[in-house]
Design a protein around this ligand. Structure first.
Ligand SMILES: [Zn+2]
Length: 411
């Protein structure tokens, strides 16, 4: 059995990262072009386009694509796509460039040129409409809404060429993996049915349980770490990667799990983002995608199973990857093992080991102990070491941040 084909009508990967002589020439040319500054979200989307994860998109969306994706989950050529992938500019920046002109795309933080774009269209959008459609809210406290409302008022659409992938070099070490590479690896392993596990936090036993449910019924598991921009207080990718490697080595059967990292920034769009996660996992070669409780959600904006339900609301032929819907999981002292809301009776309510991310971070940063039934001791040791070094190097109190909002949590 072959792997699931890439998303889109043509069923071939379309990485937009240039190579060889074309890359060398474009890097020289980019220096001569006017620059358009990208937000970190836009940079991360450009990197996803570069690696082929956003196949079959060819660049930042035009107004017809934007509208059609917001209202109908499809680009203007009817390709299924759940979230707008757009580039914004301030009116001043937009007026300095012409339609048809090639521009260099520069990241707002590093000022590095990541790619070039031919401006096919300059257009304004109804930001509120995008937020209501994509995030189901206009609340400015929602991190995804905030980002859209703060972006420049003009969108620039057009095809892109990517000329650098060095944006997060320290995070990418040993884990950055392009869709062509993950596909080659799955084929080498002899896998055809592969499940993706989305991960942006350290892997505790509840994630391990999800992973192993998938391994029981698939050929293999792709542990897919987000290495894009994080909120203050989150665990850096290299620490999470080390912890996962340790866990896989000690607690997983050989050749059942592969880890990879991808550069996207979270939007916290809940159900719509779950669909986006599925679409690009299909490009990485995954046939199944684990969708747990409140996937890609934040706060209380989405119902706990909205991100699972949305897969039943799209046309069956929209995507080639299936959701693996799993309920909330935990270690239960009465079950004496891992269980979930589907398998553990309500009468065990008080015997379930459930800790919020905030409590976990606070305990570890204070050097406290966590129950080994919550997280494997070898994983906890890596996380504790990280907090210890962080504390020593900063010589300040470790502040707790809410991972979703970036706000400091009052103690
Ligand atoms: Zn139980």
């Amino acid at each position: 059995m072959p792997l699931v084909p890439p998303h889109g009508r043509e069923k071939i990967l379309k990485p937009l990262m240039l190579e060889g002589e074309a890359l060398r020439q474009e890097r020289v040319r980019a220096k001569t072009l006017k620059r358009v500054v990208m937000t970190t979200r836009e940079t991360s989307d450009l990197l996803m386009l570069g690696m082929g994860a956003f196949t079959p998109l060819t660049g930042f969306m035009t107004s017809a694509d934007w509208k059609s994706v917001c209202d109908d989950y499809r680009t203007s050529d009817r390709t299924f796509w759940p979230v707008p992938i757009t580039l914004s500019a301030t009116p001043e920046a937009a007026s300095s460039v012409k339609q048809g002109e090639d521009v260099a795309l520069e990241d707002e933080e590093t000022h590095e040129i990541i790619g070039t774009m031919t401006i096919a269209e300059k257009y304004g959008i109804d930001k509120k409409h995008e937020c209501v459609q994509v995030f189901r809210t206009l609340d400015p406290e929602h991190p995804g809404v905030k980002k859209v409302m703060e972006q420049g008022n003009v969108n620039l659409g057009g095809p892109v060429r990517v000329i650098s992938e060095s944006y997060y070099p320290e995070m990418f070490r040993g884990v950055y993996m392009r869709p062509a590479e993950s596909r080659a690896m799955f084929e080498k392993m002899g896998w055809s049915r592969v499940a993706a596990l989305q991960l942006r936090n350290p892997m505790h036993r509840s994630h391990e349980y999800l992973a192993k449910i998938a391994i029981e019924v698939c050929d293999g598991l792709f542990i897919h770490q987000l290495v894009g921009k994080l909120k203050p207080g989150d665990i850096p990718a290299d620490v999470r990667v080390r912890a996962v490697n340790m866990l896989v080595e000690l607690y997983f059967a050989k050749n059942t799990a592969v880890q990879g990292g991808y550069p996207m920034e979270m939007r916290y769009a809940g159900p719509r983002e779950a669909l986006l996660h599925a679409v690009f996992r299909q490009n990485f070669g995954c046939s199944d995608m684990i969708i747990g409780r409140d996937h890609a959600g934040v706060g209380n904006y989405y119902g706990p199973f909205d991100a699972q339900r949305i897969f039943d609301e799209i046309p069956p032929d929209a995507i080639g990857i299936r959701p693996m819907k799993i309920d909330w999981t935990w270690f239960c002292r009465k079950c004496r093992g891992m269980s979930s809301a589907r398998t553990c009776p309500d009468s065990h309510k008080d015997s379930r080991l459930m800790l919020s991310g905030t409590v976990v971070r606070k305990t570890l940063s204070e050097g406290g102990e966590l129950d080994p039934d919550f997280s494997r001791p070898e994983v906890l040791a890596i996380l504790k070491q990280y907090y210890k070094e962080l504390d020593a190097s900063a010589n300040v109190e470790v502040k707790l941040h809410d991972a979703a909002t970036g706000n400091t949590i009052k103690q």
